[in-house]
Design a binder for this molecule. Structure first.
Ligand SMILES: *Cc1c(COP(=O)(O)O)cnc(C)c1O
Length: 406
């Protein structure tokens, strides 16, 4: 049964057999190339959301697809009972390009954050301080959908239907150092933050705030966990977003863009923090398998090998987009804010424009974005997007804004 090119049957089965947690738009894509996605009728769309910051190298990247198909034909999976060369190589690359000494691999962002939460607690447990087990996170944060990560997420709406929630989490206002200072006590084991809050509307952390958080963590003997599931892997113009802030975390989590679309997650930490895990304390059946790690190795090579121009491209297209979007904001009173970092950008509209409606209008014009809440659209295109392609998006947005009346 080939349903791939049958949109009616796809719709029917999606609605009848798939758990209705996503409410997907009635469109399906059959192939992609670069920043472009194609539906079964051959209509093309510019993918300005990139699978939510996942398709870092765009669609159909030659080196990536070759590495995946070569690896698949040799060995897709083998157990963590054995050594895995592709995993060893990816761990080496991630550690040599970051603050970290050790890497653990899993399959998603939530799982990476689970590993971070577990090691933050077990680190103090093995130091003989099991009472140091509370984690402070930010209001409006997002850390995943598992039981511990919804407890870490500072938004009630993700937790309320799933009580009893995992205990040991406290939430403070983002970008407010006194709020954090007031909550830290002898039970605090870690502070966990995104440097750009992606899922709640693209809100960047202030530079001074992040420095103050780091200082507070050092003074109080608290671990700093940075959730780079969305901001990592070149998204904000550096390989890791923490590099923009001139601090180093103790623990960092990665996922979305790390393997260019193959499911993967990673938790990285210092040797000191790594004393919090002994053989048998944590694991994952699929995590670190040869296929996912082979893909991850290509992504890191393309971003971080000498002579790579990909990060430079992120920075130049980002500067272009901020420039043009801010110019659009000056001209149109319907845009109230343009914010973010690198190629993770939120555009906030005034009350005359509904984000969901704008998302649909952009789709009609052939551009895919995500809508957050009532008023924000987010873009997180593949890192390979060109200035010319970015200009097409800005022009489409300008055209829609011109046509919409107050
Ligand atoms: C997407 C996201 C997650 C969750 O990742 P999944 O792969 O969906 O589990 C966690 N943290 C942040 C910051 C994210 O953007």
């Amino acid at each position: 049964m080939a349903i791939e090119n049958d949109m009616e049957l796809t719709k029917l089965y999606e609605n009848k057999y798939c758990l209705n947690v996503f409410a997907p738009m009635p469109i399906a894509f059959t192939k992609g190339k670069g920043v472009w996605l194609y539906d079964a009728e051959g209509r093309k769309y510019m993918d300005m959301i990139g699978g939510i910051a996942v398709n870092s190298l765009g669609h159909g990247n030659k080196a990536l697809t070759k590495a995946i198909s070569d690896q698949a034909s040799k060995l897709i999976h083998c157990s963590n009972y054995y050594m895995i060369p592709q995993r060893a190589e990816l761990a080496f690359k991630l550690c040599s390009h970051s603050f970290a000494d050790k890497a653990f691999f899993c399959n998603s962002g939530a799982e990476a954050n689970e590993a971070a939460i577990k090691i933050a607690r077990s680190y103090f447990y093995y130091k003989g301080q099991p009472e140091k087990n509370e984690i402070i996170t930010a209001k409006m944060s997002f850390h995943g959908r598992t039981m511990a990560t919804i407890a870490a997420t500072g938004q009630e709406k993700f937790r309320k239907a799933f009580a009893p929630n995992v205990p040991g989490f406290k939430y403070v206002d983002f970008n407010d150092i006194s709020a954090l200072e007031a909550e830290v006590d002898d039970k605090t084991c870690a502070v966990m933050l995104e440097l750009v809050q992606g899922e709640s509307g693209v809100h960047p952390a202030d530079a001074t705030y992040v420095k103050q958080v780091k200082k507070l963590c050092l003074e109080r003997g608290i671990l700093l966990i940075i959730d780079e599931v969305q901001t990592g892997i070149g998204r904000t113009g550096r390989l890791f977003c923490y590099e923009n802030y001139d601090i180093v975390p103790d623990i960092m989590t990665l996922a979305k863009g790390l393997a260019g679309g193959v499911p993967i997650g990673a938790m990285l930490c210092t040797d000191e923090v790594a004393t919090g895990m002994k053989p048998g304390d944590h694991g994952s059946t699929f995590g670190g398998n040869p296929l996912a790690c082979a893909a991850g190795n290509v992504v890191i090579d393309q971003l971080a090998s000498s002579g790579s121009t990909l990060l430079a491209n992120v920075n130049s297209v980002s500067a272009f987009l901020f420039d043009k979007l801010n110019a659009l904001k000056e001209k149109s009173d319907k845009i109230v804010d343009v914010r973010g970092a690198g190629l993770l950008i939120g555009i906030e509209f005034d009350s005359s424009i509904q984000a969901a409606g704008m998302k649909t209008r952009l789709m009609q014009e052939g551009f895919l974005v995500s809508a957050i809440g009532e008023s924000v659209i987010r873009i997180a295109p593949p890192l390979i997007i060109t200035q010319r392609e970015a200009a097409m998006f800005v022009n489409a947005l300008a055209k829609i804004l011109k046509g919409s009346r107050k």
